[in-house]
Design a protein around this ligand. Sequence first.
Ligand SMILES: C[S@@+](CC[C@H](N)C(=O)[O-])C[C@H]1O[C@@H](n2cnc3c(N)ncnc32)[C@H](O)[C@@H]1O
Length: 283
Amino acid sequence: MAAEIENDYLFHNDNELTRLALQHVIIKDATKGKQVFAPISFDGSPLQILDACTGDGLWIRDLQASIAPNDSQHSYTGTDIEVSYFPKEPPANTSYHVQDITKPWPADWNGKFDLIHQRLALVVPGSEENTIKALKGYVDLLKPGGWIQLVEVRQWTKETDGQAFKDLNVCLADMIKTIGASLTHIDNAKSWLESLGLVDVQEETVEANYGTREDKKAQEIAKRSILTTAGSILGITSTFPQQLLTLPQERVVGIKDDLESEFNKEPVSAHWQYKIVWGRKGA
Ligand SMILES: C[S@@+](CC[C@H](N)C(=O)[O-])C[C@H]1O[C@@H](n2cnc3c(N)ncnc32)[C@H](O)[C@@H]1O
């Protein structure tokens, strides 16, 4: 495994772990607390679980908490390109490793895992070809009968959503295009996993509400989540030349202020969809 990898992750900045933690709460709310859609039992024999592109391992820690006391018999591996995100003293059954998902995995991990989870990183490899190659890497890491689960935001907003929120999403799609990827990758993921030989491949779409809701505490977290994410997206796209943008440059630099105004005036309509795709490696 490489000791050092040049990190060109678009959102590598000091706010990133806060942004991911807020986002985790809202995604979990959208899935009604369900973290694993693959039909896996955590109260049976010990499982090997990999969370690729794990960030600081929040998904792993939350999974452990949600299946406790049946968490301790399993082994958890988190990988990411950015070593500084990793917890300094993980529990004995949890380890973190630097691994670029576009590079070969350690040979002795082949056929090791019962569950591979990857969230919000399907665009990392870029093109369709490179993404399928990265997914093939996961298939090789799975035990026969093991499951992959992918979770991603879709290219979608609700008709009623505010104009600045809709424009933010146009910028997000433009930003993803500059790395040769597409926000629509997740809509192809089911057929890509099937083409790689996975069976029982299923998908489910959930809606996340970033706007007005009865639970004001959840609304505040959702607002902080989306405004932090918007800051990262617009910080990048506001530096783009016009040819990389769908919207006029002068509009892109104005979205941040308009978005804050939209979020400060009730009722707020702002929604994203997340798609979960999961499939099993044949025995
Ligand atoms: C949007 S974050 C998602 C983090 C986490 N999965 C979550 O849902 O909270 C994307 C993560 O992918 C990592 N990443 C970016 N490029 C990568 C690569 N080529 N290989 C492995 N990890 C990468 C980033 O460092 C970041 O932690």
